[in-house]
Ligand binder design. Structure first.
Ligand SMILES: [Zn+2]
Ligand SMILES: [Zn+2]
Length: 225
């Protein structure tokens, strides 16, 4: 396809020495849109990938006190306005093909951060409840997991409850764990998802996986809000 997947501008790609790197990095967006997606750079929290000037951020220190259950999260982009619009268009308007925007960077981040840790790692999508799945038609987490060159394990199910987005962090923490195990994994798991916000979702999923024998849980997310 020869149009930008986000703004539909025609892609003109004259290949020159000055632009071939950028074009290779993101060949489904026009240069203007690609430039608006900012890769997280500089120092970040070792656990959750938040831009942070120290080893471990204050949130992750709190998680440690509660009993940390993830090995770490790696996020690729900042959750800025363009990223928010892009994810909204992708997920809520069902513009499935937009996942192509993330393919290369997702694969690259996996190679860099996780490929060497363990060869037996499996991707675990965060499930949607049945109602949500019917509403939306696809699961963004699975859509991302499928783009990695590792097995995808549907190890978790999800009870339908109230919409997460409407709850604040405190009430989300108070609520029970929405996930349950459908397949116990005896290998390390990589949870793949679009956004890491409070880190609650990934830790609830990790709790279920670990209770059923999973030795280590990592997470790879497109954006860190
Ligand atoms: Zn564009
Ligand atoms: Zn952190």
């Amino acid at each position: 396809m020869n149009i930008c997947l986000y703004c539909y501008a025609l892609l003109e790609k004259p290949l020159t020495w000055s632009n071939w790197l950028t074009i290779e990095a993101n060949s489904v967006l026009c240069e203007t849109c690609a430039a608006k997606l900012k890769i997280i750079s500089g120092k970040r929290c070792e656990v959750c990938s938040r831009a942070w000037n120290g080893a471990i951020c204050s949130d992750c220190q709190q998680w440690r006190q509660l009993g940390e259950n993830i090995e770490g999260n790696y996020s690729i982009y900042y959750y800025n306005e363009t990223m928010r619009d892009l994810i909204t268009q992708w997920k809520f308007r069902g513009d499935y093909v937009l996942r192509e925007v993330f393919r290369k960077d997702l694969q690259r981040a996996f190679e860099k951060q996780f490929a060497s840790i363990t060869p037996s790692i499996a991707a675990v999508p965060i499930p949607l409840s049945k109602n949500r799945m019917q509403e939306r038609g696809f699961n963004q987490s699975l859509a991302l997991a499928e783009m990695l060159d590792i097995p995808v394990k549907h190890a978790l199910g999800r009870n339908s409850g109230e919409k997460q987005a409407k709850k604040n962090r405190k009430s989300r923490l108070k609520r029970g764990n929405p996930f349950f195990i459908t397949e116990a994994l005896q290998q390390p798991a990589l949870i793949v998802d679009d956004i890491y916000t409070t880190g609650t979702t990934v830790r609830q999923a990790a709790q279920q996986l670990k209770l059923h024998g999973c030795p280590a849980v990592y997470s790879l997310t497109v954006a860190r809000s």
